[in-house]
Design a protein around this ligand. Sequence first.
Ligand SMILES: [Zn+2]
Length: 175
Amino acid sequence: MAGFANRFVKVADTYYIIGMEEKTIQIKYAEYPSVEALPPAEREVLEKAIEATVTAYSPYSHFCVGAAVLLDNGEIVTGSNQENVAYPSGLCAERTAMFAASARYPKVPMRKIAIVGKNQQGELCAATPCGACRQVMSEYQDVAGQNLQIILYSEGGIVLVFDGIDSLLPLRFSF
Ligand SMILES: [Zn+2]
């Protein structure tokens, strides 16, 4: 028991290892009250993502997602979710857009990506990126050598803007 006491400290019924520190990761982002309130560049990319929702192929989920990527050369490449009867064969809107952008404009850095969902009632809604899409964003950010800004349409019509993938994928796997 003496050895146990040497290595642990009890605080409010919880034992902590001596030397261990609890840490917090903070996520910083900007919140805009509406699409119209965004700066022009961010607004343009998000509006392209909204347009892209109509190209979704989602006969199974009936949930449409649009994404748009702004490249360093000024081009905006869009994508939408593409589903398949063999479910894992489908692909998210974000990766559809990023892979299309990289295939069409190889090695041109990606600067911004906007993502928006549309529900069965045809209303815009939040569609936060899945883990796999965040990992792909992470790699393209590293390839670009500059932060990839992420613009997310959110509930109630507000828009969240993140300065880089570290905010959405802390402690990310990188190279
Ligand atoms: Zn995804």
